[in-house]
Write a protein that binds this ligand. Structure first.
Ligand SMILES: Cc1cc2nc3c(=O)[nH]c(=O)nc-3n(C[C@H](O)[C@H](O)[C@H](O)COP(=O)(O)OP(=O)(O)OC[C@H]3O[C@@H](n4cnc5c(N)ncnc54)[C@H](O)[C@@H]3O)c2cc1C
Length: 433
């Protein structure tokens, strides 16, 4: 089995750690590693942002990458955990299927999708990845292998969805796909001149299956929280020609940019331009433009420089959203740390069993901050505010929030064997409720 010793980080390039990574390609190799190591963590494609999937011993699933079966009539796919969503698209789209739930990049593994229980722009309609998960096979700390579903090992099933790899190594999974008859979607753009209008656009367009908004984190006073809401729905067209997942030539950011590139002035100019260029109206877009626009610039996170960046994604209960977001934006304006990107999503009810899923009824706001020496102090203030509003942060993005902020308590369900830097950080001080 191949092993490497190297400096490792996730998508945000912060934090970094020295890790020994192994690359098993079959169940027996995974078992040997699990039994041999005192502590380790599974890693998919490292597309989480912060310190999940990092530890001194890491088990990469990228060689567990076989597509085991595809039932093109029922739209059910069974894959090993290291298969990327990107690997599946060329198989499922031509057969008339897509994912019910997909995050904003296709370069994640199915194991990572389950362990973070990822959500998309359609949470109120389709829930999280776990909503469409039929079953998975999990290797536990003693090397035993168990099948988990809503009927079999039910508790373990729900603890593992959103359980950040702390219950074991997901080896393979089966999930349900969504039928599509076209690779095109109708997109409606709505400009919102302030936060009230932005939230109102989400509320009055609840019937659209997909909704997401860009928000200008720098706009002040009467423009506070201005943004652009993007709604989308699948188009239905007769299958006059074969479907194929549309792919454009991707550009690459080959090296780290100098850290001063994304300075407040550049961010302010970008926001002015983006808002000015947005136009109310409708247009036709394809699957890649709708779901994976960021994938067209490979390694874009290097634009933040070697210091990296932190994405602070927090959710607030519905009743707190408007005033809560206003308070958060006002707090940002007192700080010298400026978010380069702000993204708002609406979330629906969380099923009672999905104990570790991040989305709950309300809204979330994700803010990308270039990492600076003053950022931890701002995050501490954001944490206090979000906590006081009854909110929480998303562990898939978290790099330095207070341990209590995820409202997940690993000590109640996690196995001693499976440790990440994230878990270590959470465990360092017991969460308060
Ligand atoms: C551009 C971009 C956009 C994104 N948009 C969204 C979004 O819209 N919604 C959203 O929810 N997320 C989003 N994310 C986050 C991303 O979808 C999740 O972090 C996802 O889990 C990453 O998958 P991965 O395969 O890279 O897993 P990794 O990042 O390698 O690992 C993530 C976690 O899963 C665990 N894990 C991975 N594989 C296994 C396994 N086989 N068994 C057990 N545990 C495992 C790891 O231990 C770790 O805790 C986005 C990320 C990027 C870079």
């Amino acid at each position: 089995m191949q092993r490497k010793r190297r400096e490792l980080s996730n998508w945000g390039h912060y934090p970094t750690t020295k890790a020994e990574i192994c690359f098993p390609s079959c169940e027996e190799e995974v078992r040997r590693e699990v039994l041999q190591q005192h502590r380790l963590i599974a890693r998919g494609n490292g597309r989480c942002y912060g310190d999940a999937a990092l530890a001194s011993n890491v088990l990469s699933t990228l060689r567990l990458n076989r597509i085991l079966s595809f039932d093109a009539r029922q739209g059910i796919v069974e894959v090993e955990a290291g298969v990327l969503l990107a690997d599946l698209l060329d198989l499922i789209v031509p057969a008339g299927w897509f994912f019910h739930v997909t995050p904003g990049t296709r370069f994640i593994t199915v194991g990572g999708a389950i362990a973070c229980d990822v959500h998309g722009k359609n949470h109120p309609h389709k829930g999280c990845f776990s909503n469409w998960l039929l079953d998975f096979v999990l290797m536990r700390a003693d090397g035993s292998v168990v099948q988990c579903s809503r009927q079999q090992n039910r508790d373990l099933f729900w603890q593992t969805c959103g359980g950040m790899g702390w219950t074991g190594i997901i080896l393979s999974a089966r999930f349900q796909l969504m039928p599509i008859s076209s690779v095109f979607l109708r997109q409606r753009t709505l400009k919102a001149s302030r936060l009230e209008a932005l939230i109102d656009a989400f509320e009055t367009n609840r019937s659209w299956p997909y909704a997401v908004a860009w928000i200008d984190g720098l706009a002040r006073r009467e423009q506070l929280g201005r943004g652009v809401v993007l709604l989308a729905e699948h188009m239905e067209t007769p299958k006059v020609r074969a479907l194929a997942f549309p792919k454009r030539l991707a550009l690459n950011v080959p090296v780290y940019a100098p850290h001063f590139l994304l300075n407040p002035k550049a961010i302010w100019m970008h926001n002015q331009l983006y808002f000015a260029r947005a136009r109310n109206g409708e247009r036709q877009i394809d699957l890649e433009q709708c779901f994976y626009p960021l994938d067209r610039l490979r390694n874009w996170s290097r634009l933040y420089g070697r210091r990296g960046f932190v994405q602070y994604q927090f959710g607030l209960p519905e009743a707190q959203c408007l005033t809560g977001f206003q308070q958060v934006l006002a707090l940002l304006h007192q700080s010298q740390d400026v978010p380069f990107l702000g993204v708002v999503k609406r979330h629906g009810e969380r099923p009672a069993e999905a104990v570790h899923s991040f989305p709950e009824r309300g809204y979330s706001l994700a803010l990308d901050f270039p990492r600076t020496p003053t950022l931890p102090a701002l995050i501490a203030r954001l944490d206090d505010l979000v906590w006081s509003l009854g909110g929480k942060v998303y562990l898939a993005k978290d790099a330095c929030s207070a341990p209590r902020m995820s409202r997940i308590r690993p000590e109640t369900f996690a196995a001693d064997k499976f440790w990440s830097l994230l878990r270590e950080r959470i465990q360092r001080s017991a969460p308060t409720t």
